[in-house]
Design a protein around this ligand. Structure first.
Ligand SMILES: Nc1ncnc2c1ncn2[C@@H]1O[C@H](COP(=O)(O)OP(=O)(O)OP(=O)(O)O)[C@@H](O)[C@H]1O
Ligand SMILES: Nc1ncnc2c1ncn2[C@@H]1O[C@H](COP(=O)(O)OP(=O)(O)OP(=O)(O)O)[C@@H](O)[C@H]1O
Length: 559
């Protein structure tokens, strides 16, 4: 039998900064050529496990390790970061932490330059990978100015360009638009067969990874491995929801129709699952598509022009509205201008011409702080927002700036931390939070100011289903009770289907559609133009020749 590439035997790990171990008695093996998904709730220890594999523990994160862990049969702890980097390429969760080059081109070239490859070869490879990832016209830009998805594409290209045999991905899809997510997974698949790769992927977007021939799923909870099986075994046993994780949408739909998933064949693949006999039960779930009931205009974007580069403007005469009290989704392909639009709305950027009007008055003259009182904004990368050392202080900082009394600060901060499941960690240093926990913290720090419009850039990126659902319940509550208008920029098609009432589709700075999520996700032409993907529920409806698939989409809409 082949020897495993990765072998963990009873591994326990405790960060020096923590009183208790983060990983407990972890044992598993990964064999050459396998593609393994590691899933688990936020804070369950997935990234920590990866840091043990790529040497960031103990080199960058100090702690105590027990048990034996080997890579290619050699003790990992005896090897330097450099030795490990030659064996395993890692795509980090936070792309910004990955960049080493001054330009996108340098960044992609880094590994090849380290290998002292000839310049002509490096140039050709960089051009090839940039094109594959749609970065051909971005090569001379600093990676830091790229859009979130372009950053993630750059760090992936920088790792895939090298011909390492083991690839470790920490949430590679989080910022990619859905179509790019499919392309990336296909690319990993193709490379895997070409180069005989072994691939380990940590991802919350489980449905999208499962589409790509995953051999095994390892499920973590509370620092332990709670399941290790094929996707079929994991889905049939209902392990994902038991551990606070999202099942693929079509599986959720089948459960909603009281169909016993464990008795079906090919459950892990929506294109093969055998549900012909269950068509009537599935069809009976159809619901009429809701129309948007929010008609009072809150904010007007009027004839907006903006360009980073004056020669190639991004927005040309953009016109749209945000209605009072609605939950609006802004979707569209990577780099199409979604984040830029929110920076214009919040005052981080100034339009070249045009106006932004809130409750009948232009806000263009207001400072960023004045605008933040009305329009709250949660950035895509939590590390770009955090300014304080502890959880409590971070949430309190906006209130201190606004001279709120200390009693009120204590009350409001605790209230919000409880809602967002971080109260127990209120005295923690922020450096000890996982990425998902940091994301929730930054949301709390904005919500505590009670803005009328709340804009969230990718709020569910890096969040597990439990925290996503809690967040959505909380957003629903403030939307209904406080009448807060919620604007969500997202690539998460579950979120779009389950939560959003109205969707704006932006592509290359143009407003392509203003519609309902159910209709959008059943419009194949629009989905393609916007680099989205149809839901697996829509695919199932098509396979079963169910008419009006948008009404089946509507069955999984929560509100
Ligand atoms: N540098 C650190 N110092 C101390 N504790 C840490 C550090 N990094 C992570 N932890 C702790 O380890 C636990 C697991 O974190 P980890 O990042 O491994 O989780 P995760 O499963 O990857 O979560 P997410 O899905 O939110 O990224 C967290 O509760 C966190 O507090
Ligand atoms: N400071 C900058 N200088 C030059 N170009 C920039 C700058 N910031 C953004 N861009 C470019 O503007 C375009 C729009 O970026 P933006 O971040 O608004 O896209 P997005 O729709 O939010 O993308 P994503 O889905 O990847 O987050 C991208 O092509 C990006 O490279």
């Amino acid at each position: 039998m082949t020897a495993p590439i990765i072998d963990f035997q009873h591994v326990t790990f405790k960060y020096h900064a923590q009183a208790e171990p983060t990983l407990n008695d972890i044992s598993f093996q990964i064999y050459p050529g396998e593609k393994v998904l590691i899933a688990g709730a936020s804070g369950s220890g997935k990234t920590t496990l990866l840091r043990l594999l790529n040497g960031l523990i103990p080199q960058a994160y100090a702690g105590d390790t027990q048990g034996t862990l080997t890579l290619h049969g050699k003790n990992i702890l005896d090897q330097t970061l450099f030795e490990l980097s030659l064996q395993a390429g890692t795509v980090l969760q936070d792309s910004d932490a990955q960049f080493v080059g001054l330009t996108v081109a340098e960044d992609i070239a880094f590994a090849l330059e380290n290998d002292h490859q000839p310049v002509s070869h490096i140039k050709a490879e960089v051009a090839k990978w940039a094109t594959r990832f749609g970065l051909g016209d971005r090569l001379n830009l600093a990676p830091q100015v790229l859009s979130g998805g372009q950053k993630q594409r750059t760090s992936m290209a920088g790792v895939l360009v090298d011909d390492g045999k083991l690839l470790l991905f920490d949430e590679p899809l989080a910022s990619l638009d859905p179509a790019a997510g499919v392309v990336a997974m296909d690319m990993i698949d193709k490379l895997q067969s070409e180069r005989d790769l072994t691939v380990v992927i940590i991802e919350h977007r489980i449905e999208e990874v499962l589409r790509a021939n995953v051999d095994r799923v390892i499920v973590m909870a509370g620092g332990r491995i709670v399941a290790n099986g094929t996707p079929t075994e994991i889905i049939k046993a209902g392990i994902l929801p038991e551990n606070g994780l999202d099942e693929p949408l079509y599986v959720q739909l089948l459960r909603q129709a009281h169909i016993d998933v464990s008795r079906l064949s090919h459950v892990a693949n929506v294109n093969q699952i055998d549900v012909v006999e269950q068509k009537t039960a599935i069809e009976s779930l159809k619901k009429p598509v809701k129309s948007n009931t929010h008609q009072i205009v809150k904010l007007v974007v009027k004839d907006l022009d903006f360009g980073y580069d004056k020669n190639s403007p991004l927005f040309k005469k953009l016109n749209t509205v945000i209605n009072q009290g609605e939950i609006l989704g802004i979707v569209g392909k990577n780099g199409s201008g979604k984040t830029t639009l929110s920076h214009l709305l919040t005052g981080f950027l100034v339009p070249d011409t045009g106006d932004i009007i809130l409750d009948g008055e232009s806000v263009l003259q207001q400072s960023i702080k004045e605008r933040a009182d009305n329009i709250g904004y949660v950035l895509q990368n939590p590390n770009h927002m955090i300014t304080k050392a502890t959880v409590f202080d971070e949430v309190a900082s906006g209130l201190i700036l606004r001279h709120v009394s200390s009693d009120d600060i204590e009350k409001r901060v605790r209230e919000i931390l409880k809602l967002i499941d971080l109260d127990a960690m209120r005295h923690w240093p922020i450096a000890a939070l996982s990425f998902g926990q940091k994301k929730r913290l930054t949301i709390a720090a904005v919500l505590v100011l009670k803005p009328q419009i709340l804009i969230l850039d990718e709020p569910t990126a890096g969040q597990d289903a439990t925290h996503t659902n809690e967040l959505l319940q909380f957003l629903t509550k403030i939307n209904q009770q406080e009448k807060t208008t919620v604007v969500i920029i997202t690539h998460d098609m579950h979120l779009l289907a389950n939560f959003v009432e109205r969707a704006l589709v932006i592509v290359d700075g143009q407003l392509l559609a203003d519609t309902t999520p159910s209709e959008l996700l059943a419009n194949e032409a629009l989905v393609k133009l916007a680099s989205l993907r149809t839901t697996s529920v829509y695919q199932l409806a098509n396979r079963l020749d169910i008419t009006h698939p948008e009404e089946l989409n509507a069955a999984i809409v929560h509100n």
